[in-house]
Design a protein around this ligand. Structure first.
Ligand SMILES: CC(C)(COP(=O)(O)OP(=O)(O)OC[C@H]1O[C@@H](n2cnc3c(N)ncnc32)[C@H](O)[C@@H]1OP(=O)(O)O)[C@@H](O)C(=O)NCCC(=O)NCCSC(=O)C[C@@](O)(CC(=O)O)C(=O)O
Ligand SMILES: [Mg+2]
Length: 288
């Protein structure tokens, strides 16, 4: 289960060394905006070597490449794909056509190196055009396992102020969740960028969860535990889900589709949510 995704700059060897020991479900080794243009070549080699020699058994590893309007993205794929990372994150994806361009080049590299695995994609959507085309992007390739909202670049493109409360990205968050769920994939929320503000982080993560996000990115290891907690089912939720499953069995035996539990109606969609809760709990290692 992927709840937290921790970004780290691809040119920081100290951070890369312990990448899979920080509690995040995924780490995103960044070759894009956290790396200056002068450092792109050395960061690419460092990340390639980290994948090759460190192995990263403790969590999923995603590489954020540079965007297709730069001179770097093909070199990124040339070096990184042969190391078979779990996923590639292309940034500033604006359309399904962008995905086709990336996918075609990935196919070329995979064939050249006889790589059977088709590496998955998690497109970063962080422009107004990208948000408008979110469903088209989400459904443009079988390689896409999730989409990811980038609030900082998006608000720069929208020409508005990025606030902690996040009213300015409310529409985009809803649109992303809708697009991802309609395409049958997961959806991840933008990182909370105030490293010191754990209460603000929790509020932001809880709000993202309430909208339907699967998980959230982090820029600091200090945020990982809170994000993992928020995106895990609570014991109360698990207990309730089990009660729902029990009571719907009683309803079935009585030939009913709906029944009452603690004064509230239980029917098919509530049972489906309970099933999702128990599935998440099971994925996290609970015994049910
Ligand atoms: C923010 C800060 C500089 C603060 O540094 P500080 O040193 O003040 O932090 P401290 O907490 O004091 O660090 C205590 C100890 O943890 C270590 N430590 C810190 N962070 C760590 C980490 N991430 N991974 C592993 N280790 C870490 C540190 O090395 C130290 O270790 P040690 O010295 O041994 O004690 C640092 O966190 C950092 O660089 N974060 C990642 C930045 C990054 O990747 N950005 C790009 C991706 S976002 C993006 O692009 C989003 C988007 O695309 C989407 C959108 O649109 O929304 C966009 O467009 O924005
Ligand atoms: Mg960005």
């Amino acid at each position: 289960m992927r709840r937290s995704m921790l970004f780290m700059p691809g040119n920081n060897s100290g951070m890369l060394l312990n990448a899979d020991a920080l509690g995040a479900d995924s780490v995103i080794l960044d070759l894009e905006d956290a790396v200056s243009p002068q450092e792109k070549d050395s960061a690419r080699i460092l990340v390639r070597n980290a994948l090759k020699y460190l192995g990263y058994k403790g969590c999923e590893v995603i590489i954020r490449i540079n965007s297709i309007d730069t001179d770097f993205w093909k070199k990124d794929l040339d070096e990184i794909l042969p190391m078979k990372p779990d996923m590639i994150m292309p940034p500033k994806v604006c359309s399904g056509m962008d995905i086709k361009v990336i996918e075609n080049y990935m196919g070329e590299v995979e064939r050249k190196h006889n790589i059977e695995k088709k590496t998955s994609l998690i497109p970063l959507i962080e422009t107004a055009l990208g948000v408008e085309n979110a469903f088209e992007i989400a459904s443009s390739s079988k390689r896409i396992k999730a989409i990811f909202l980038g609030g900082e670049d998006l608000t720069a493109d929208l020409r508005c102020k990025r606030t902690k409360q996040g009213d300015e990205i409310f529409y985009s968050r809803g649109r992303m969740v809708m697009a991802a769920r309609a395409a049958g994939i997961d959806v991840y929320d933008t990182p909370f960028t105030d490293v010191e503000d754990e209460e603000g982080l929790r509020t932001d993560a809880e709000f993202a969860k309430s909208l339907g996000f699967t998980g959230k990115a982090c820029i600091s290891p200090r945020h990982v535990q809170a994000v993992n907690e928020v995106f895990s089912p609570t014991l109360e939720e698990i207990e309730y889900a089990k009660e729902v499953m029990d009571i719907i069995q009683v309803a079935k035996e009585q030939g009913k589709g709906a029944i009452s539990l603690r004064g509230k109606m239980i029917d098919a969609p509530i049972v489906e949510r309970a099933r999702q809760t128990l599935e998440a709990a099971k994925a996290l290692g609970g015994a049910f």
